[in-house]
Design a protein around this ligand. Structure first.
Ligand SMILES: [Zn+2]
Length: 449
């Protein structure tokens, strides 16, 4: 994914967790390096997920038949408020290992259930213990999210400034660790402009990137052009990541492009749950190369391959349909497999301000490396490696994963975690949580009165 290096058959030399060199036949003195045999593998940079609620892996699959608003009702009103610090720990751990297993080496953890300091302590602890590179997106209490579901349909409660400062100073006094801090704020779709101003000012004072859901579904009942409002407030900037953006206008995409705002698209759940179509074509037309997230494993699976395929097929399908409606058979396709591979790697790194750290195999960057088996029946023959990664690979072909040079998956199995023990604890705990909340498989909240 480094255009100056290109695709090659060769070696990657890692020293002290950093990529030292890439090239054909790199020479090292006999016995001076551990050799990982990468023949019959495609070696790529780790995937970057710019938007995932890791803790929700604890309730994996429960929202698979829920619309976005059924998910809001259940998550904000029933499940989220009942989650304890232990639930946050288990969910975050599950989510992080799930991500690593599928080759995601960096994730923005949009953790919007910080209902007590213990919730936060446990989420941060689990994230750090997993070995994933992450930006912990501190996202406030579930009670703040719930405010959008009743009049005035916007959140008015100020964020817990003292707690955000505590987390910044206690856990993230330096930005050099594997886990760093960001803010996951309610933003103008879900909170008042007073809240937005305070959140953005605090994030910027503390040097935190700010991620927010925006322009998805008919979330803002007033239908306000919220990117335009942010622009008028002078709040747009290149430290912002806007998640979804489905219903934004051409003018608003242009405002984002002018200000350097990143766009995080979560193609599968957006298409399915009611956010609106993934706005990939519109973003590209405005000059914004999007990045990709999974969003919630309550609704969709956690692997980046499926997300890339949706990111490719949906905008192509929409463009093809427009041509067909004009009585034209599309001759060439919009967007390439390499484009979506970039969205899932280097563009995600750039969005998180980590473009110099990860996102491509480049000497000087951290050794976040994924090795995909090419001898799997789904992969042979590998004629176009990019097509093989995007369309034929799956987590079952993700053989080895390294974060900063440290192996987290070897020979197809996660290491450093007792998966059976974690699974048992998670299942027992999740069943208890669902029972207390009265949520059963197949149940869905009825329409509001
Ligand atoms: Zn989300």
């Amino acid at each position: 994914m480094d255009p100056t290096i290109g695709d090659l058959v060769g070696d990657v030399l890692v020293e002290d967790g950093t990529i030292a060199a890439i090239g054909p036949d790199l020479a090292v003195a006999e016995g001076s390096a551990d050799i990982v045999d990468a023949s019959r593998h495609i070696v790529i940079p780790g995937f970057i997920d710019s938007h995932r609620h890791l803790f929700q892996a604890l309730m994996r699959g429960m929202a698979t038949d829920w619309s976005l608003f059924q998910y809001f009702t259940t998550m904000f009103g029933m499940l989220g408020p009942r989650m304890t610090a232990e639930h946050m720990s288990l969910g975050t751990a599950l989510g992080a290992y799930d991500a690593l297993d599928s080759g995601v080496t960096t994730v923005f953890d949009y953790s919007h259930n910080q209902s007590s300091p213990e919730h936060t302590d446990e989420a941060v602890r689990a994230l750090r213990a997993s070995g994933i590179r992450a930006m912990f997106g501190y996202g406030g209490a579930m009670s703040e999210q719930l405010e959008i579901l009743s009049p005035p349909f916007t959140s008015t409660t100020p964020s817990n400034e003292a707690e955000i400062r505590r987390v910044r100073h206690q856990y993230f006094s330096s930005d050099s660790g594997l886990v760093t801090m960001g803010l996951a704020v309610r933003g103008p779709d879900s909170s008042t402009m007073d809240v937005v101003r305070a959140d953005f000012a605090l994030g910027r004072e503390l040097g935190l990137r700010i991620n927010t859901h925006i322009g998805m579904a008919v979330l803002d009942p007033l239908g306000r052009p919220n990117v335009t409002r942010l622009h008028k407030e002078g709040l747009l900037g290149d430290d912002l990541i806007f998640g979804h953006c489905n219903l934004l206008t051409e003018d608003e995409f242009r405002l984002m492009a002018d200000a350097g705002v990143s766009a995080s698209v979560t193609p599968e759940d957006e298409a399915a749950m009611g956010h609106g179509w993934p706005p990939i074509t519109q973003l590209l037309q405005a000059g914004i190369r999007p990045n990709i997230g999974i969003d919630t494993c309550m609704a969709v699976g956690g692997d980046p391959f499926t997300a890339m395929r949706f990111a490719l097929a949906v905008p192509r399908g929409l463009a093809n349909q427009r041509a067909l409606e004009d009585s034209l058979n599309p001759w060439q396709l919009d967007i390439s497999a390499r484009d979506v591979l970039e969205f899932a790697t280097i563009e995600g790194a750039r969005a998180l301000g980590m473009g110099d750290v990860t996102g491509s195999l480049t000497p000087g960057k951290q050794a976040d490396i994924v090795m995909i088996r090419t001898d799997h029946i789904s992969m042979v023959p590998v004629l176009d490696p990019v097509a093989s990664i995007v369309h034929h690979a799956s987590r079952g072909t993700v053989d080895n994963v390294f974060v900063a040079g440290r192996a987290v998956k070897r020979d197809g199995a996660l290491i450093g975690v007792d998966v059976a023990e974690l699974s048992r604890r998670a299942a027992d705990t999740a069943i208890g949580l669902l029972e207390t909340a009265g949520v059963t498989p197949g149940w869905a909240p009825p329409p509001p009165h």
